[in-house]
Write a protein that binds this ligand. Structure first.
Ligand code: NAI
Length: 441
C-alpha cells in the first residue's frame, strides 16, 4: 500500500500546503541503489574530551576508508561523527554541546549524526553518568533534527572493530535506523572482507520466510553481497518461493519451520561445508485481546516466532551446522519491546527472541565463534502492515522521527550489516529498524 502522503509532501504544492497547515513533512530518504551506493560529500569529524581512539591506525584512518571526505570544518556536511569516547565528566560533556550546537543546522538532508561513546565504567560513577547522558542526548537530537537525518550512538573501544558498523551507518543503507544505541566489543572474530562490495562472497546464508516481504528483501540483499542463499518458506508458498529463488539464483527449500524435523532437514539441505548466516525471519500474527484469545492463537504464534527459532538454532549449533565466523540474525519487533494491545501472543514471542539473543550471544561467540543479534522492525510497508486498518496504519507510519514507514530493504540492509564478516564485534544486540518509533524507548 503506497504512502500517498509521503509522495504528496514531496511535491511543491504538497510542501506548501502541509507547511501552511502545520502537518508533518517527512523527507524522502536516500536509500542504497546500484547507481548511488554511497554518500558523496564531506564528513565532519569532531571530538569532545581526550579521545582514546586517536592514533595513526585509529578512528581517523577508519573514517578515511568510508569514501567520504573527512574534514574538521564543513559548510554542508553529509555526516558528522562526534567522538565523545573521551567524555568523562560534566566539563567534557559540555564539549558535546559546544561541538554540535554550531553545526547541527548545516547537516545535509537524509544525512547522519553519529556520536561515539565509551562503555560505561561502573567503577567511575562520574564517567558512567556522563556516558549514559549521551543516550538521552542522542535520542532527543534524533527526535528534533528532522530533514530525514538519523542520529545514532555507538559505544566502542576499538575503531577497527567498528569499521563495518561505521561504514553501514555512514551509508544510505542505514536510512531507517535512528535513535539507536549500538555496542561493539566482546563478540567473535572480526574479519575484513577481501572486497567490501562483496562481503559475503563464498558464504552460505539461509533465510526463513523468504517467499515475500522482509524475508524476500533479506535474501536479495544477502545475494547482492555475494552470498549463496537458501530461501525457506512453507510448502503452501512454494510457487512464490521458487520465483524468488529463481530470480536471485538461490535454492528454494519448501519447509514448515515448525516441523519437528525442520532442523535435520535444513542440515541435510546445506552444502557440506555448512552455513555461515542463519536469518530467522519467518513470523506470523494472530491478533486478539487476551480475553478473546483461544489457545490455538497463542500456540501457533509462539511456535512459529519463538519455539522454532529456539529449536532450529539449537539443532544447527549442536550439529556444527554453523561455521566459525557464523552469524545468527533473529527478528524481533518493536511491538515485542514496547507491548501492543491485541498482541500479547506476538509481543511475548518477539520479546522472547530478544531474550534468546542476549543470553545466547556470549556463549555462541565463545564456543562456536558465532554472533547472535536481532533486528527489531518498526512499521515496515509489507503485506502484514497493509492488512492493518487505515487509521492505525497512518498512525504507525507517522509516529516516528522520520515521519514515514520503513521498507523491507531497510531491515534487509541492517541484517546484511549484522551478517558481515567484519561485524564480529557486534554481538547480543537488538537493533531497532523503526525510524525511532515513539513506541518503547
Ligand atoms: P509476511 O507475512 O509478509 O512474510 C512472512 C513470511 O514467513 C511468509 O512468506 C510466510 O509464508 C513465512 N512463514 C510463516 N510461517 C512460516 C513457517 N511456519 N515456516 C516457514 N515460513 C513461514 O511478514 P513480514 O512483514 O515480511 O515480516 C517478516 C518478519 O518481520 C516477521 O517475523 C515479522 O513478525 C517481523 N516484523 C514485521 C514488521 C512489519 O512491519 N512488517 C514489524 C515488526 C516485525
Amino acid at each position: 500500500m503506497a504512502d500517498r502522503y509521503l509522495s504528496f509532501t514531496g511535491t511543491a504544492p504538497g510542501r506548501f500546503l502541509t507547511r501552511r497547515l502545520g502537518l508533518p513533512q517527512p523527507t524522502a530518504l536516500h536509500r542504497w541503489s546500484a547507481e548511488h551506493p554511497s554518500f558523496t560529500g564531506e564528513l565532519l569529524h569532531l571530538s569532545a574530551g581526550k579521545s582514546p581512539l586517536d592514533g595513526p591506525d585509529g578512528l581517523a584512518a577508519v573514517l578515511g576508508r568510508t569514501g567520504l571526505t573527512v574534514c574538521a570544518r564543513s559548510e554542508r556536511p553529509v555526516a558528522v561523527v562526534l567522538d565523545a569516547t573521551g567524555v568523562t565528566d560534566i566539563d567534557t560533556l559540555a564539549e558535546v554541546h559546544a561541538a554540535l550546537h554550531p553545526v547541527v543546522r548545516s547537516v545535509a538532508r537524509s544525512g547522519r549524526v553519529i556520536v561515539l561513546g565509551a562503555p560505561l565504567d561502573t567503577a567511575d560513577h562520574h564517567q558512567a553518568a556522563v556516558q549514559q547522558a549521551l543516550e538521552g542526548f542522542v535520542r532527543s537530537l534524533g527526535k528534533e533534527i528532522g530533514r530525514g537525518i538519523t542520529v545514532t550512538l555507538l559505544r566502542l573501544t576499538d575503531a577497527n572493530a567498528a569499521e563495518s558498523t561505521l561504514r553501514f551507518l555512514l551509508s544510505p543503507k542505514s536510512a531507517y535506523v535512528s535513535g539507536q544505541v549500538i555496542g561493539i566489543g566482546g563478540g567473535a572474530e572480526v574479519t575484513a572482507p577481501a572486497d567490501w562490495a562483496l562481503p559475503l562472497a563464498g558464504r552460505t546464508a539461509l533465510v526463513t520466510g523468504a517467499a515475500r516481504g522482509i524475508g524476500e528483501a533479506v535474501a536479495a540483499t544477502l545475494a547482492r553481497d555475494g552470498a549463496r542463499v537458501l530461501c525457506l518458506d512453507v510448502p503452501g508458498a512454494a510457487v512464490e518461493l521458487e520465483s524468488v529463488a529463481g530470480r536471485l539464483g538461490a535454492t528454494a527449500l519448501a519447509l514448515d519451520i515448525t516441523a519437528p524435523d525442520a532442523g535435520a532437514r535444513i542440515l541435510a539441505a546445506l552444502p557440506s561445508d555448512g552455513l555461515d548466516v542463519l536469518v530467522h525471519n519467518a513470523g506470523i500474527t494472530r491478533d486478539r485481546r487476551l480475553a478473546n484469545m483461544a489457545a490455538e492463537r497463542w500456540s501457533s504464534v509462539l511456535d512459529v516466532n519463538l519455539a522454532s527459532v529456539l529449536r532450529t538454532t539449537d539443532a544447527l549449533l549442536s550439529a556444527g551446522g554453523l561455521r566459525t565466523g557464523g552469524r545468527i540474525v533473529a527478528t524481533a519487533s518493536i511491538a515485542g519491546l514496547a507491548g501492543n494491545a491485541g498482541q500479547t501472543n506476538y509481543a511475548a514471542s518477539k520479546a522472547g527472541v530478544a531474550g534468546l539473543v542476549r543470553a545466547l550471544a556470549p556463549n555462541a561467540a565463545a564456543e562456536h565463534g558465532v554472533t547472535v543479534n536481532a533486528v527489531a522492525p518498526g512499521f515496515i510497508e509489507t503485506q502484514m502492515t497493509a492488512a492493518v486498518p487505515l487509521f492505525i496504519r497512518e498512525a504507525g507510519r507517522r509516529m516516528n522521527s522520520l515521519g514515514q514507514g520503513g521498507l523491507p530493504v531497510d531491515v534487509a540492509e541492517t541484517t546484511a550489516w549484522l551478517a558481515h564478516p567484519a561485524s564480529g564485534g557486534v554481538n547480543g544486540q537488538v537493533v531497532r529498524v523503526c525510524g525511532q518509533s515513539l513506541l518503547g524507548a
